[in-house]
Design a protein around this ligand. Structure first.
Ligand code: SAH
Length: 475
């Protein structure tokens, strides 16, 4: 079939890609990707773009809806790009995500993990952090919202279903303040404008709230009034921070900050421990989901009181510290200095004296620890989306722990890394998915690797380029 832009074609949606695109096939097998469809839908699709072996389309008309469908409860679903699954009921979302993990392990890691479980804690209002870019609305008012998918157009936020409802109170107060003083939203194309982002973080257990305003300048006009404005919300605001970011580009946080009210951080309670978290530090966005995830990691780690535990990519130390009392010694490694500062304080505040934290690249620091003959019984890795570095594998190969627990927010790189762990002698014992980010296109995977068979000295080809080149698509 000679498919062209603006053609309308009838499609059965048979699958969903890991980016959440529905997959339909024309009679000759030509693939058409249609966003916001569900497997089982029969639709008329409006062709948007034709490539050599596939095309993109949008829904023209739903002829017969899939039984997976439900009503979306968000006004800006499909516009803001934050959620992928508001049109699919949650049980089916879980099934789809679980299959993403299974399929990625099969396709990328060449590993059959069989059927796995998927856990979930909560589905709505679970996010404890929001970062809203500023822009103008059609009436010329400064608004905070979300960037539309693949663009820098701001969609004003209207009661996001993923966030606590009171986030919009802080957002509106900040918008009113900015508009009253005619503060200009930042435009990355021109580099002009003061107000870049509004950042809100909430400690789900403690109830504490931190508000940060990211500005393209050194000063916020009427700073004191801004503090009073935010405090007038009568919410449990413990910290207001101005963060200066004068750099062009997508990076949200700049490196200079000034606390204009309260503490420099907020405190939250996770797994029974108290954590201080600066705006710069990574902190799991779903508190209850994180407790579920950490409980699984702890179960998989099978710790005993004589064990030495190493927590690589440790952030503010939350995972390792939640297990510190079950082991004789804990080492944590993380690249962000503020997070390591937080981790050290977090150990002290919780009366934990068997933990040591190092700031640096996980691979390099682990190699250094390995060269000092530190030999952990268990290593936990929780890398960012791109997965573990080659040096991490080399260090683990050298340290030869009995068990490795891999936590990953990207099942594609988790699958690749699981294969590499197999190459250095580990076997996959258990795998589980945890839906930390319901309604979005993300899912967390936890893998237990153990029974190391190969001698730690066997040199296996683990060059970085090969690692980076195989990182695959994100889930
Ligand atoms: N385990 C933590 C954080 C996991 S997110 C938790 O559960 O809260 C991944 C962490 O890896 C982030 O804190 C990020 O700053 C850190 N990171 C990214 N690249 C790194 C690197 N090369 N070396 C060490 N840490 C790194």
């Amino acid at each position: 079939m000679n498919l062209k832009k603006n053609d309308i074609v009838r499609l059965n949606i048979v699958d969903l890609t890991s980016e959440g695109m529905g997959v339909g096939r024309l009679e000759d097998g030509f693939v058409v990707f249609v966003s916001y469809t569900a497997p089982g839908d029969v639709i008329d699709a409006h062709i948007l773009k034709v490539e050599k072996s596939y095309a993109y389309a949008k829904i023209e008309k739903i002829i017969s809806p899939s039984s997976m469908r439900c009503e979306s409860n968000c006004d800006v679903f499909e516009k803001c790009g934050g959620c992928l699954f508001r049109h699919i009921n949650y049980n089916n979302e879980l099934m789809i995500k679980k299959n993403w993990v299974i399929e990625n392990f099969k396709r990328i890691g060449k590993i059959d993990i069989g059927d796995i479980d998927i856990l979930s804690a909560n589905t709505e209002h679970y996010r404890n952090k929001a970062q809203y870019p500023a822009g103008y609305d059609k009436d010329g008012n400064l608004r905070f919202g979300f960037f539309a998918t693949h663009s820098h157009r701001v969609i004003p936020s209207s009661n996001c279903q993923l966030e606590p409802e009171f986030f919009s109170d802080i957002l509106k107060l900040t918008e009113n303040f900015c508009n009253k003083h005619q503060l200009v939203p930042y435009d990355d194309e021109t580099g002009v404008g003061l107000i870049r982002h509004l950042y809100i973080r909430h400690g789900k257990s403690s109830g504490e709230i931190l508000v940060a305003l990211i500005i393209n300048g050194g000063e916020l006009p009427h700073e004191k009034e801004y503090v009073d404005t935010i405090l007038s919300s009568k919410l449990n605001i413990v910290s207001i921070v101005l963060i200066q970011n004068k750099k062009r580009g997508n990076t949200i946080l700049g490196d200079k900050s000034k606390t204009i009210y309260g503490k420099d951080y907020l405190t939250d309670v996770l797994c029974g421990l108290s954590f201080n978290i600066s705006p710069y530090s990574f902190y799991q966005v779903n508190h209850d989901g994180a407790e579920l995830l950490y409980a699984k990691a702890k179960e998989y780690a099978e710790l005993s009181s004589t064990d030495v535990l190493m927590d690589l990519y440790c952030g503010t130390g939350t995972i390792g510290l939640s297990m510190a009392k079950n082991v004789s010694k804990l080492y944590g490694v993380e690249i962000i200095p503020q997070a390591i500062e937080n981790a050290k304080n977090n150990a002290t505040c919780n009366g934990i004296s068997n933990a040591e934290f190092f700031c640096g690249d996980a691979g390099k620091a682990a190699m250094e620890l390995a060269s000092k003959r530190i030999s952990p019984d268990v290593v936990i890795v929780d890398p960012p989306r791109k997965g573990c570095s080659a040096e991490v594998f080399k260090a683990i190969q050298q340290m030869s722990p009995n068990r490795v627990v891999m936590i990953s927010c990207n099942s594609a790189t988790a699958a690749r890394d699981a294969e590499l762990f197999q190459n250095i002698g580990y076997s996959i014992k258990k795998t589980i998915a945890v839906d930390m980010f319901p309604r979005t296109g993300h899912v967390e995977t936890v893998v237990l690797l153990s029974d190391k068979k190969v001698d730690g000295h066997i040199d296996i080809d683990l060059d970085v380029e090969k690692l980076e080149g195989k990182s695959g698509t994100a889930t």
